[in-house]
Design a binder for this molecule. Sequence first.
Ligand SMILES: Cc1cc2nc3c(=O)[nH]c(=O)nc-3n(C[C@H](O)[C@H](O)[C@H](O)COP(=O)(O)OP(=O)(O)OC[C@H]3O[C@@H](n4cnc5c(N)ncnc54)[C@H](O)[C@@H]3O)c2cc1C
Ligand code: FES
Length: 509
Amino acid sequence: MGGQADTPTGPDFTQGVPLADIPAEGVLAGHVGEDGVILARVGGEITALSSRCTHYGGPLGEGLRVGDTVRCPWHHACFSLKTGEALGAPAIDPLDRFKVETRGDRVFVRRKDKPADQPFRTVKGKHPKRMVIVGGGAAGFAAAEMARRLGYKGELTMISADADAPYDRPNLSKDYLAGSAPEEWMPLRGEDFYRRNHIDLRLNTRVASLDAAGRRVTLDNGKSILFDALLLATGAEPIMLQAPQPTPNSFTLRSFADCRALIDKAKGSKKAVVVGASFIGLEVAGALRARGLEVDVVAPEAVPMQKALGPELGGFVKSLHEAKGVRFHLGRSVSGFHDGRVTLDDNSALDADMVIMGIGVRPRVELARAAGLTVDGGVYVDDRLRTSAAGIWAAGDIAAFPDARTGERIRIEHWVVAERQGQVAAANMLGADVRYDATPFFWSAHWGEEIRYSGHASAWDKAEIDGSIEGRDAEVRYLKDGQVQAIATLGRDRRNLECAAKWENGGGC
Ligand SMILES: Cc1cc2nc3c(=O)[nH]c(=O)nc-3n(C[C@H](O)[C@H](O)[C@H](O)COP(=O)(O)OP(=O)(O)OC[C@H]3O[C@@H](n4cnc5c(N)ncnc54)[C@H](O)[C@@H]3O)c2cc1C
Ligand code: FES
């Protein structure tokens, strides 16, 4: 996940390319020395930008142009082709710009240009004097960063129960847990970012209560902070089995601290049992196996992730793990934990130096509920991410929002959804009037294979498969009443992007 390693291909733009080769609708990918560059026609001009996505280095030349933006094929970040600004998460940094010279009917690109003037965009109007963000995760960070990017100059306080400044949470169950991601990949921004942007980041601090009418939050240290605009982005809590009672060598994984504890324990362990065959459970199984532990997975379903992905794709993910030595005990549940052993409901037992629960999460909605905000399957928000209380917005795993496509009220636990909601909420807290209408998207990685999923299909009655799952070239369409609700792809990144974009434009896929 460290970035695109491939040497850029395509025409050498230092030698010039015919103007006619630059498409009106797409982009032309080539290179300037070692740098990958895309050329695009934008409003009668030619622009040249780095082709390397600033998230994990995805190849933007293989992405999708939508209007004057380009979307990354890996995790759907969206960049302005005019300025290079990262308009939509998960990328945050802008793309490098290159200087374009047009001579006759040829276009030359030889060197980088200076960055575009910032702020790229501002939200004008009456900004709140004091903005408070509760939560230092995906949504909270994205909101703080976007508020400053949109020209917010007022007080900005971010309160996080986490011990660490905002970090790349999805990596906690992937390369970082497997031991193949260096520490410097993890923070979303260095410490100086918060100082330079005057973001008062309070770590290890919990908001204990919220007075919605008095516009005040009270911290666990007894101090209070007043706000004019508040974002609730408290995320979700992993579920720990209560019965049977787990032993002290049982873990859940949500925070960086959880991950460090897991890694410490894994270093002295030989055998791990993962309870639950969820996305995170299986990623953890893979990461611990990559560390050399023997790993058993226990789950009640017949096929991992069958409910979300269907038996074919779920079975494929299972086979990837089995090929690496992960053992599955499916159709089984845990009947007891004893020191060093996990017993199953068929009276079999598994040795376990450590047990990891991957049985789902619960949204942290207590603060909102206690403050009298409407909570119904999550913190109620409208399509502008406003809660039921004036001056308070909510985003991320806690937010129950109207799906722009179906109107159905949904709550989603995906990184990109949380970040994008944080970005939309920030704009609206400054007085913009932006609707949250992005197609939900997530990815999950298993032994180098990435599944990408767009849309939302809480209940589907039919799955259509096109292509070969084993051949890593397939799409699975999830239908309800004959309508495609969501699509999962393997090796068909562009198709996934196209569906996400079509749904956003009111079309079908
Ligand atoms: C290990 C792991 C791997 C994942 N992998 C993927 C993936 O591959 N793809 C994907 O799409 N999604 C993935 N997810 C899900 C994704 O990380 C979440 O959907 C996303 O982080 C939700 O963002 P959020 O801002 O709502 O909550 P979080 O990122 O959880 O942030 C919540 C923040 O609120 C703070 N907080 C909570 N209560 C309080 C309080 N009372 N006072 C102050 N602060 C408080 C927390 O400390 C935390 O900082 C993964 C999640 C985990 C745990
Ligand atoms: S690499 Fe481009 S969005 Fe992740």
